[in-house]
Write a protein that binds this ligand. Structure first.
Ligand SMILES: C[S@@+](CC[C@H](N)C(=O)[O-])C[C@H]1O[C@@H](n2cnc3c(N)ncnc32)[C@H](O)[C@@H]1O
Length: 121
């Protein structure tokens, strides 16, 4: 099986499980912009760092915080959680500060390989 086919299958599986998850959480998600959630998750789909429930939690949290809120995220890595948290910010004073020393993952050989792959996009 070629890499392209494998990639296509993985993407298909990701779409299927994400659509199922979003449909299942329709009642909880009804007041949230689910398309935004889908778009952010789709952008980061290959990173597989967070589970869908974890991502959905951050997304909902960001939409429930007050206007002009300030968020400090320690350990933003490549920014998936940062985007999810930033998506719900409201007001021109709202800010998100993302901090990472990039030591945690860079000392892991597998992560080093992954970051090279992820940053080549
Ligand atoms: C599991 S990853 C974060 C994943 C990210 N939140 C996401 O959803 O894409 C943890 C990150 O925390 C960072 N980290 C660990 N200790 C840290 C510290 N003391 N200061 C800043 N960043 C730190 C690591 O470099 C790593 O990138």
């Amino acid at each position: 099986m070629g890499l392209k086919t494998l990639f296509g299958i993985k993407k298909y599986q990701w779409k299927k499980s994400t659509n199922k998850f979003v449909a299942k959480t329709k009642i909880v998600f009804s007041k949230y912009p689910r398309d935004d959630f889908y778009q952010i998750s789709e952008y980061f789909w290959r990173r597989e760092l967070s589970s869908l429930p974890e991502s959905a939690f951050l997304f909902r949290l960001s939409h429930d915080i007050p206007i002009s809120a300030k968020i400090v995220e320690i350990g933003s890595w490549l920014g998936e959680s940062t985007c999810l948290l930033a998506s719900g910010l409201k007001g021109s004073d709202a800010r998100i500060y993302a901090v990472d020393n990039f030591i945690g993952y860079v000392s892991d050989p597998l992560a080093r390989t992954n970051i090279k792959r992820d940053c080549s996009d």
